[in-house]
Design a protein around this ligand. Structure first.
Ligand code: URA
Length: 465
């Protein structure tokens, strides 16, 4: 009998190496006990011996398993079921004589391993969907933290996704198993935090402080040139401005957004990067990310919506959810080529209230629309469209700089003070909300008619070009 002690709950490489050696030595699955935190040496039950006592393997004595087994095993080992290593060794053992075993979906071992991998994948997806970072440690170096309770051992597996998505902000994901940290360069892990200490959202900072010493404060007086030379300058700038504000240092006048305004001709890439750090209102705190406008710089039509919805917030792109599908359909019917249009929103962060698993959309208020207007203005200056289409009341308020009735103004070209034209129409999600099918059809047709005005302009400019 062999007692195998793996280094950790997620030690796939260790399992793989030992499983291969055991199989090559014809050690049957029934003769192996797998453990993650093995008993101390003097507690090893009688009759069990440790793997190193296996004789050396002859090099030409080998076997191969299908690549999809390795993929399956790599994910299934993250399942919390304590039998997983034994199950996977049993599969490995059987695969040596039945190379196509994984094709037999009804085989109990195959079915259980596949179900385990599915459950792990769902848990990873859940983590991606529900992890929400909160800003903490503002009086020192800003940091973002989230609390999450995984069903399986997925934190190390899932962390690179968060590092990619939130590459330019330092974060920690605290969990009962293990905590993951990203400093802008590398991911590191520390032991988990006991469930009994589970921080309420407003106690997250306290828990984080108790476990992790925050970095020393950024000296606001550090020379500007040195700051710029830091490779993470794009991260530091907003943090420095925060540090200055919180230490009562010099900021004159207090900077409302994270960045100072740039010239009217900011390029879109720079704008997008700047907007990613926007702290001009509180909405960034709960949203996943800034959803900036998209489309060609040469667009002569700019479509403005209200704010990203749930799907857009997760995807990072405007109008990709149900309202976006409705918009696409109407644009196509009206003869407007979406690929040639710049699509954006008056407010660039998703505003919502959580209701169970659902995030319910909330209409942005006037201070939020005002705080975000700088981005619309800068997009306008970068794109220089001939026509701005305001879809819905929030967009109209941003485009005209004041509350503007949709009913009284829709369907006709209106002169803007800067010489551009504006067109007001309804928001596509208004059409989705209409209860009766008849008004849905009628209102949709009116929406398409409004968009045809934009189509006419797009065609005219195409002819002129
Ligand atoms: N509604 C909007 O106003 N904008 C989007 O991007 C999606 C839904």
């Amino acid at each position: 009998m062999y007692l195998i002690t793996l280094d950790s709950e997620t030690d796939f490489d260790g399992w793989r190496k030992i499983a291969r050696a055991l199989a090559l030595h014809h050690v049957a699955p029934a003769d192996v006990t797998w453990s993650m935190q093995g008993p101390a040496k003097d507690e090893v039950p009688p009759g069990l011996c440790e793997a190193p006592s296996l004789p050396p393997i002859e090099t030409d004595n080998t076997f191969s398993v299908p690549a999809n087994f390795i993929e399956l095993a790599r994910v299934a080992v993250l399942h919390r079921n304590s039998e997983r290593f034994a199950l996977l060794y049993r599969l490995l053992w059987r695969l040596r004589s039945d190379h196509d075993l994984l094709e037999t979906r009804t085989d109990p071992d195959v079915a259980i391993a596949t179900a385990m991998a599915g459950s792990v994948h769902r848990d990873v997806q859940r983590m991606r969907d529900v992890v929400r970072f909160r800003e903490i440690g503002r009086e020192h170096k800003a940091h973002y933290a989230a609390w999450f309770v995984p069903e399986h051992h997925i934190v190390e597996f899932a962390a690179p996704f968060f590092a990619r998505r939130y590459a330019d902000m330092p974060w920690s994901i605290l969990t009962p198993d293990i905590c993951a940290h990203w400093d802008g360069h590398a991911i590191s892990f520390t032991p988990g935090i006991s469930q009994t200490e589970m921080p309420a959202p407003n106690r997250l900072e306290e828990t984080w402080r108790r476990h992790f010493q925050p970095d020393r404060p950024i000296a606001p007086e550090a020379p500007k040139r040195r700051r710029r030379n830091l490779s993470e300058a794009s991260i530091l700038e907003p943090l420095l401005s925060d540090a200055e504000r919180w230490t009562g240092g010099r900021i004159n006048p207090p900077r409302e957004p994270a960045m100072t305004r740039k010239s009217a001709t900011d390029d879109l890439k720079t704008l997008r990067e700047d907007a990613a750090h926007c702290r001009a209102c509180h909405l960034y705190k709960d949203a996943t990310q800034t959803v900036f406008g998209e489309g060609p710089k040469s667009a002569n039509i700019m479509l403005v919506g209200e704010q990203p919805g749930d799907k857009e917030d997760l995807a990072g792109h405007p109008f990709v959810g149900p309202a976006g599908q409705m918009l696409d359909r109407a644009l196509e019917e009206a003869g407007v080529d979406r690929k040639k249009v710049y699509v954006t929103n008056a407010v660039k962060h998703f505003k919502f209230v959580p209701r169970g698993k659902v995030r319910l959309h909330q209409k942005p208020n006037t201070p939020e629309i005002r705080a975000c207007r700088q981005w619309y203005e800068r997009e306008l200056a970068a794109i220089q469209p001939d026509l701005v289409v305001a879809m819905g009341a929030t967009a109209a308020q941003s485009v005209f700089g004041k509350i503007t009735s949709i009913g009284k103004n829709r369907g006709r070209l209106i002169d803007l003070p800067d010489g551009r034209k504006a067109l007001v129409t309804v928001h596509p999600s208004y059409l989705l909300r209409l209860p009766d099918p008849e008004s849905k059809v009628l209102e949709y047709q009116r929406f398409v008619e409004d968009l045809k005005i934009a189509a006419g302009l797009q065609k005219k400019s195409a002819r002129a070009a």
